[in-house]
Design a protein around this ligand. Structure first.
Ligand SMILES: Nc1ncnc2c1ncn2[C@@H]1O[C@H](COP(=O)(O)OP(=O)(O)OP(=O)(O)O)[C@@H](O)[C@H]1O
Ligand SMILES: [Mg+2]
Length: 256
């Protein structure tokens, strides 16, 4: 994991505040979300209560269809909940009009997806610059520093198709951090990666968290739970268990 360590050190050297105050707390009360109506109605979230302290790294586990992605989407303001209360990083989302959710997404949260979702016709650097332009946050001159922090200084002008899966995921992490979000939401960020590459992405997520940001990660790998301050399991649209981990492990000790 030498290059991960080097990348983490670069991140710290690039001025990342390792002792910044923790941010990105989350509070949910009685949150429901139903897709469809009538006979085909499907309750993806069925009364979710959840408390996440600022600066926590949270791992969400649960079977396919249990509501994990839906949970991430309502916390990130990608889609509204039907009922219940949601507060994220001090912002109350309940009952907000769509245009407020747009502003909230741009200013408060960053997203990392399983299949990276980079724009294929833009280079690594341009993918990051495009996010900065879209959101009006960050400074284009910061793009090389962000790519350096994820160990990709020598790949900035490559297109996604010219990068490995792990490298693409590191670009997408740098892009998510380009807006300096309070909370990073990651939906199976290692799902498409082999163990070694996945571990290096987990180490970067952990480093991001140690800089004070909240990180909420969905995974199918139960062993990744060892990293978390808080482990949440979901079943049938409900939070089944919440477990606090007194001594989270370092990412590079985790394997699966
Ligand atoms: N846009 C949608 N329209 C209709 N049903 C949906 C939609 N999105 C999700 N669902 C349904 O809601 C339920 C929860 O889906 P969700 O994607 O949150 O599950 P998940 O836990 O992320 O599953 P996986 O591990 O397979 O990704 C599923 O039954 C799914 O089919
Ligand atoms: Mg999902």
């Amino acid at each position: 994991m030498a290059d991960t360590e080097a990348a983490a050190k670069t991140a710290a050297a690039a001025g990342a505040q390792t002792h910044a105050p923790p941010r990105g707390g989350v509070r949910l009360r009685g949150v429901t979300k139903t897709y469809g109506s009538g006979e085909t109605a499907l309750r993806a979230l069925d009364g979710v209560d959840l408390d996440i302290e600022p600066g926590e790294l949270v791992v969400v586990l649960g079977p396919s269809g249990s509501g994990k992605t839906t949970l991430l989407n309502v916390i990130g303001g990608i889609e509204p909940a039907d009922t219940g209360e949601i507060s994220v990083a001090g912002t109350e989302l309940t009952g907000r009009p769509p245009k407020d959710l747009v502003a909230f997404r741009r200013e408060r949260v960053g997203f990392v997806f399983q299949f990276f979702n980079l724009v294929p016709t833009l280079t690594a650097r341009e993918n990051i610059e495009a996010m900065m332009e879209l959101t009006g946050r960050g400074d284009r001159s910061g793009a090389p520093g962000l790519l350096g922090a994820v160990g990709l200084s020598d790949r900035m002008d490559h297109f996604p198709a010219q990068l490995s899966g792990g490298q693409q995921q590191r670009v997408s992490l740098a892009r998510a951090l380009a807006t300096d979000p309070d909370l990073l939401l990651a939906d199976e960020p290692t799902g498409a990666l082999d163990v070694a590459t996945g571990t290096s992405v987990l180490a970067l997520l952990q480093e991001t968290n140690r800089q004070g940001r909240g990180v909420l990660m969905v995974t199918h790998n139960a062993s990744v739970a060892a990293l978390a301050h808080l482990v949440v399991t979901m079943r049938d649209g409900r939070v089944e268990t919440v477990r606090r981990n007194a001594a989270p492990a370092d990412a590079d000790t985790v394997s699966w």
